[in-house]
Design a protein around this ligand. Structure first.
Ligand SMILES: Cc1ncc(COP(=O)(O)O)c(C=O)c1O
Length: 415
């Protein structure tokens, strides 16, 4: 069987974009944390659905509509099984951001008041900060933060101390930080939160595409992720919820499909998961995501993680050879996902990314939608290189060549 360490001749050949030529150079893509590339099987699944099975779902009696139903529901079952979830508690959204907003609105408005607090962390993406800010402002509740230490990690002692205050209603945190790479101890954190009577939401946007995830074993009340980072299309995200909590919650968006019945002045709600899927859902996108998780399953998520961990170790080792370069986050590859954010003394991160691009290497620069974290790190921005199943050591070597050449352009000396 081919593995994710199959290199250029292996997995990479499954992704048509790598056949492109950028002015005589191949594509060196080290920006999977922003969005992954798509394998042919996903592109084909989307096209095949639209070509041969396209109709709206849940409304038609004719054969074609039933094919669309089967494709949509089949995709949900596949996506749920991929992470150990159940179809009825697996809700399709537009992206991870919408999944988190769904919880902040639908759970938060009913359950948060001025006596309660929401606890998040300093390493969150804006998608897991701003919805809680809005909710807390609206409900008069407090928003507090767990701190990130100098290793880029959280403290379980601080978590305990916060939970001991007795007012935390929701603990929301990233499984893997999109800047630091830190892998948080999810099962331990959800266990402590539950013991203190708080619900938990885990933002798995940077975890699900890169490592085995079992949402049942992790024990969170909500687990959110996004399709486009997991080899799937844009326009689809996933929220897994604990059944009892979802049953109790009011809907987020309202309208067609999410109702059981509608009268002139009132309505009743459809069963799970449809209660949370108002309007025509992302049907073809779900089919594409189903194909993406099938592809990842064929590679094997243990192998994907092993491949990306060894590439990350190699990346950290090579980056350490660049004078003036500082990587943020845990120094050990096994404690982080497949990314490294860094600064280089004397160069702005945007210049680093632009000079990398001259060497044909795609990396990202900026605040990575984590401005509060940038403040904690004492920087305005970082450059970030992130790997996926299709990368290999030659990509990291190309990044290094580009960074060293970039330093020369800036007239920076050797050591
Ligand atoms: C940790 C994390 N959470 C949430 C998101 C938001 O994902 P989306 O834009 O697909 O909603 C991202 C995307 O960068 C992310 O890295």
């Amino acid at each position: 069987m081919r593995t994710a360490s199959g290199g250029r001749a292996g997995v990479r050949a499954d992704f048509p974009i790598f056949a492109r030529d950028f002015g005589g150079r191949p594509l060196i893509y080290l920006d999977s944390a922003a969005s992954s590339q798509k394998p042919e099987v996903v592109i084909e699944a989307l096209a095949e659905h639209l070509r041969n099975h396209n109709a709206n779902v849940h409304r038609g009696v004719y054969a074609l509509a039933q094919e669309a139903d089967a494709a949509y529901d089949g995709a949900r079952a596949r996506v749920a099984a991929f992470v150990g979830g159940e179809p009825e508690t697996t809700i399709f959204t537009k992206n991870a951001t919408e999944a988190i907003n769904l919880v902040a609105y639908a759970w938060g408005r009913e359950n948060l008041n001025p006596t309660g607090a929401v606890l998040i962390t300093q390493m969150e993406h804006h998608a897991n900060i701003v919805p809680w800010q809005q909710l807390c402002r609206e409900r008069g509740a407090e928003l507090r933060y767990l701190e990130v230490d100098e290793r880029g990690e959280l403290s379980l002692e601080q978590l305990d101390a916060e939970l001991a205050r007795g007012d935390v209603r929701m603990l929301a945190f990233a499984h893997v930080s999109n800047v630091l790479g830190t892998i948080n101890p999810v099962a331990e954190m959800t266990r402590r939160a539950r013991a203190a009577g708080a619900l938990t939401l885990v933002d798995g946007a940077q975890a699900v595409p890169h490592m085995p995830v079992d949402v049942a074993a992790l024990g969170a009340d909500f687990y959110a992720w996004t399709g486009h980072k997991a080899l799937g299309p844009t326009g689809i995200g996933v929220l897994h919820g604990r059944r009892e909590v979802l049953e109790e919650m009011q809907p987020f968006l309202t309208g067609g499909d999410m109702i059981a019945s509608v009268d002139f002045q009132s309505a009743t709600w459809n069963e799970l998961p449809y209660k949370f899927e108002a309007g025509t859902p992302p049907i073809a996108e779900a089919v594409g995501l189903g194909a993406a998780v099938e592809y990842l399953e064929r590679l094997g998520m243990e192998r994907v993680r092993a491949h990306e961990r060894s590439l990350t170790a190699y990346m950290l080792e090579r980056l350490a050879q660049v004078p003036g370069l500082r990587v943020v986050g845990p120094p050990e590859a096994e404690r982080r996902g497949g990314l490294a954010s860094f600064t280089i003394e004397g160069m702005h991160p945007h210049d680093i990314a632009e000079l990398a691009d001259r060497g044909g290497v795609c990396i990202r620069a900026g605040h990575h939608c984590a401005q509060p974290l940038m403040r904690c790190l004492g920087v305005g921005a970082t450059a970030r290189a992130s790997v996926g199943v299709y990368n290999d050591a030659a990509d990291i070597d190309a990044l290094l060549d580009a960074l060293l050449a970039g330093r020369e352009v800036f007239g920076l000396s050797g050591a």
